[in-house]
Design a protein around this ligand. Structure first.
Ligand code: UD1
Length: 422
């Protein structure tokens, strides 16, 4: 199994290219199920989650080709066979549940395994179920599978308010409603940029949607959607992660293709901590010159708040900041599994429920550590950049789900990060 070796060696400098967003791509790919015509995505990230979604779509009879080393995904779903998403695939990746809405809309039926427990919390499906039931679907749980069926005349446009602005449930509702009869209105919709990107693509496919990026989305059902080509939006989580590299190690790094508008709350916190963030001709430049980082309090929130997917990486920065940082996780329970690993590296962290108190220490020390989930793993690499000695991060398969060419990107700015096979 592969590991990553990190040696802290001072300030970084250079450019890191930012890929297309994993979370946008994982919602855009199931949109192919809504049309018989080809859907092509460009600027796709090269990740194992994308391969998992490709295999899931193929299992329904879709043709999926990864072209140009995976940067382009060409899909066609002119005829669908089975509508069953097996536990073996869904348990690997919760985003598999994003086929539920499109399958229901196009085939009138979907059988999708429940994702099961997950390292970062229970992550139930009740909001997805309520949203699709509002469109007239009947959904039963049998032997760990959701059996969903649309009425004979198809899904029916309806007004629905979600109890919480779930990203995935918003995507499922919007995709299902594109082919429903009449108008659907989703209240308390999630506003994440990946949803906006999905709506832009659906619109190119002929969908009639308004309000993306706000908490009310209106969808006028159409009889059919057609093919399209769409460029996947920049990955704001990959962007934020690499912005933290010079913040932690010092130096100046430009994140090529990075868009500031996707990370306003995060950039405000970096600014408060004493890190310079500025727009460059081709992206974003982050600078930490002399002086130490100040501790800042952070609470994760739904968009446009501070993203939960950057909480672990921010904790890595706070480990060596001056002062005390209170970090509150409000989206997922049990999302501090990186804390014990950071403590192994000499960090001073106390966790109580959804709150972590991080008291900055002058220096971390390299140690063997274990990745527990995708964002936790990269936070350990970031911490290793500021540590004395060598940090070995094992269970790197978590990283491959969400960060393409991770060692190469860190090395491009002078960090000592190596991937090793044992
Ligand atoms: C998406 C992102 C993930 C990110 C999360 C929150 C993708 C592929 N993944 O996940 O990286 O961390 O948004 O920004 O886009 N919940 C329920 N019932 C439901 C659905 C969700 O209780 O039916 C709860 C979850 O357990 C969790 C919270 O709502 O505590 C947020 O989940 P949600 O917004 O649905 O996240 P995902 O779409 O799974």
């Amino acid at each position: 199994m592969d590991s990553i070796l990190v040696k802290g060696n001072g300030p970084l400098s250079g450019n890191i290219p930012i890929a297309g967003a994993k979370n946008a791509c994982l919602a855009l790919m199931p949109a192919t199920l809504l049309t018989e015509e080809p859907l092509t995505l460009t600027n796709a990230p090269r990740l194992s989650d994308i391969k998992t979604m490709s295999n899931l779509l193929r299992s329904f009879g879709a043709e999926v080709s990864l072209l140009k080393e995976g940067l382009v995904i060409a899909m066609s779903s002119h005829s669908l066979g089975t509508v069953r998403a097996d536990y073996d695939i869904v348990r690997k990746m919760r985003a598999s549940n994003l086929v539920l809405g499109p399958l229901l809309a196009r085939a009138g039926e979907a059988v999708v395994s429940l994702p099961g427990g997950c390292a970062i919390g229970a992550r139930p499906m009740d909001i997805h179920i309520a949203a699709l039931e509002a469109l007239g679907a009947t959904i039963e749980l049998k032997e760990g599978y959701l059996h969903a069926r649309a009425p004979l005349k198809g899904l029916q446009g309806e007004r629905h308010k979600m109890r919480f602005a779930s990203v995935g449930a918003t995507e499922n509702f919007v995709m299902a409603a594109t082919l429903a009869n009449g108008t659907s209105v989703l209240e308390n919709a999630a506003r994440e940029p990946e949803i906006v990107d999905l709506v832009h693509c659906l619109r190119k496919m002929g969908a009639l949607i308004e309000g993306e990026g706000s908490s009310i989305i209106t969808i006028e059902g159409v009889e059919r959607l057609h093919g399209a080509t769409h460029k996947v939006v920049c990955d704001r989580i990959e962007l934020g992660t690499y912005m933290l590299a010079p913040a932690i190690a010092g130096g100046e790094v430009t994140l090529v293709n990075g868009q500031l508008g996707l990370l306003t709350a995060f950039c405000e916190k970096l600014h408060e901590a004493g890190i310079d963030v500025s727009e460059a001709a081709d992206g974003i430049t982050v600078t930490r010159k002399n002086g130490s980082v100040r501790a800042v309090d952070v609470a994760t929130e739904v968009f446009p708040g501070f993203p939960t997917d950057l909480q672990a990486q921010m904790m890595a920065l706070m480990c060596t900041a001056q002062g005390v940082c209170n970090l509150e996780e409000t989206i997922f329970e049990n999302r501090f599994m990186h804390a014990p690993e950071l403590i192994r590296m000499g960090a001073n962290i106390e966790v109580k429920g959804g709150l972590a108190k991080v008291t900055g220490v002058p220096k971390l020390k390299g140690a063997p550590v274990m990745a527990t989930d995708l964002r936790a793993s990269v936070s350990l690499i970031l911490a290793g950049l500021a540590a004395e000695g060598e940090t070995k991060v094992s269970r790197v398969y978590h990283l491959d789900r969400g960060y393409e060419q991770v060692a190469r990107k860190f090395k491009a700015v002078g960090a000592k990060v190596e991937r090793i096979s044992e």
